[in-house]
Ligand binder design. Structure first.
Ligand code: HEC
Length: 151
């Protein structure tokens, strides 16, 4: 085996260069090194359970909000890619002055606070329904929005 290893050394060097800091897979066996916090299941997303429950919980938003890329606005604006966006900036949606001038950028924390109680976070908002009191449900919904927006 040693002779084989030596013979393939230049190939290994090229493989190393191609995969950056990743540990180089050996020619005869492969050791899978997992970063802390990485997916236990390499096929699914790290939080696939959370995202799945967020997708189900998002049904309560769907009456008023689309989430597909380029999807139409409904009673509320389309929420694709909302994380990181300025409040009131989805094209073609007629926002309340309250939300449009709120100065909010939709971080996950701001989303959490608004979804928990829209009128408390933005007095005068026209999002009159859809508040989610359960923190775990909000976390799941936000994880789902993030996941859909990235795909
Ligand atoms: C009854 C309809 C309705 C439901 C249900 C609803 N929303 Fe809304 N939502 C609105 C309306 C209308 C606005 C615009 C508010 C404004 O202009 O003040 C809005 C605005 C938002 C915004 C701000 C968007 C932006 O571009 O700044 C977010 C984020 C949001 N909703 C998230 C959600 C989530 C998540 C749910 C489900 C948990 C939900 N909404 C359920 C009607 C709804």
């Amino acid at each position: 085996m040693k002779a084989v290893l030596r013979a393939s050394a230049p190939v290994l060097v090229m493989a190393l260069a191609a995969c950056g800091t990743d540990p180089a897979p050996g020619p005869t066996e492969q050791i899978v090194v997992r970063e802390p916090g990485a997916a236990a299941d390499p096929v699914g997303a790290p939080d696939s359970g959370l995202i799945a429950s967020g997708k189900a919980a998002f049904n309560s938003c769907l009456a008023c909000h689309g989430i597909d890329e380029g999807g139409a606005n409904k009673v509320g604006p389309n929420l694709h890619g909302i994380i990181g966006q300025a409040a009131g900036s989805v094209d073609g949606f007629a926002y309340s002055d309250a939300l449009a001038s709120s100065g909010i950028t939709w971080t996950k924390e701001e989303l959490d606070s608004y979804i928990a109680n829209p009128a408390a976070r933005v007095p005068g908002t026209t999002m009159m329904a859809g508040a989610i009191t359960d923190a775990g449900r909000r976390e799941a919904i936000i994880a789902y929005i993030e996941d859909v927006s990235a795909n």
